[in-house]
Design a protein around this ligand. Structure first.
Ligand code: KIV
Length: 303
């Protein structure tokens, strides 16, 4: 399979470009790292302009944008399509693309190939993949192919069926040991950061101290080096009760509903569009047109 080049173009930026180095230096300086998901041009532009460090085109796209029940059905082509749209918007934040379920599970060669596609065809600067020690060999190969990797352990949604549901991980000693081993293995393999999802805060704090790279928490408490949330969760666009760790920072559902209802009412009552919202003919053309219409009317009348 051939890989065609990304040609999205870049907008000029006032803020400095965030890179893997910036992210790693932030941990050393004890500065918190911010990350949000985005899946389209408009949202990504706003998130970038707000100064978020990393933008993740997450496979949560499957649920929050495409309406699937879980993240499993989303395809490489869908992920690439949305990553390209986000790429066209993002100037400063580091852009990370999520490897979808099936894109790296069959063999390492296709895993590396798909990671390269995100960089080459969609302009991503790094990829994220789920799993710990079992992904070490793949992670090394992707990094050898010059693509930075973000790890993701704990409650990994692509393992939904194996986990038997969305369950907080690392609640007993064997679970804690497994998580710490996974984090250390990914750190040694060379990932530039690790997402810790759905783990007790005490375990996240321990891992954060243990590994050299930044940990980015989601449902992992306040002691991680950074935090990531799904954009649609913080803006009330998910049509579901939020998980315990979600904080809503805005109500886009209410804003959109009110605006759409107002538009409907204005159209139905003739309040939209007004004369000011209409285009007009130049004066001379208008007078000429009126004269033509008048002549036509006269003709019809005298016939
Ligand atoms: O897909 C996603 O949005 C994610 C983050 C929540 C970490 O994987």
């Amino acid at each position: 399979m051939s890989i065609t080049s990304f040609d999205g173009g870049q907008l000029p930026s006032a803020r400095p470009k965030i890179t893997v180095t910036t992210i790693q230096e932030k941990k050393q300086r004890h500065e918190r790292i911010t990350c949000l998901t985005a899946y389209d041009y408009a949202t990504a532009r706003l998130v970038d302009q707000a100064g978020i460090d990393m933008i993740l085109v997450g496979d949560s796209l499957a649920q929050v944008v495409l309406g699937y029940e879980n993240t499993l059905p989303v395809t490489m082509e869908e992920m690439l399509h949305h990553t390209r749209a986000v790429r066209r918007a993002v100037k400063s934040a580091m852009l990370i693309a999520d490897m979808p379920f099936g894109a790296y599970h069959e063999d390492e060669k296709s895993g590396v190939h798909n990671a390269l596609r995100f960089v080459k065809e969609a302009g991503a600067e790094a990829i994220k993949l789920e799993g710990g020690a079992q992904r070490v060999s793949l992670v090394k190969r992707v990094i050898d192919a010059e693509v930075p990797v973000m790890g993701h352990i704990g409650l990994t949604p692509q393992s939904l069926h194996k986990m038997g549901g969305y369950k907080v991980q690392g609640k007993d000693f064997s679970g804690i040991e497994r998580l710490v081993k996974d984090a250390v293995a990914l750190d040694r393999a060379g990932v530039f950061s690790i997402v810790l999802e759905g783990v007790p805060r005490e375990v996240a704090a321990m891992i954060t101290r243990e590994v050299s790279v930044p940990t980015i928490g989601i449902g992992a408490g306040p002691d991680c080096d950074g935090q990531v949330l799904v954009f649609h969760d913080i803006m009330n666009l998910t049509f579901a009760e939020p998980a315990k760790f979600v904080r809503r920072y805005g109500d886009a559902a209410a804003l959109i509903t009110t605006a759409v209802q107002q538009f409907k009412a204005d159209v139905e009552t003739g309040g939209y569009p007004s004369d000011e919202e209409s285009y007009h003919l130049p004066k001379d053309t208008k007078l000429e047109l009126e004269a033509i219409l008048r002549r036509k009317e006269m003709k019809a009348y005298t016939r």
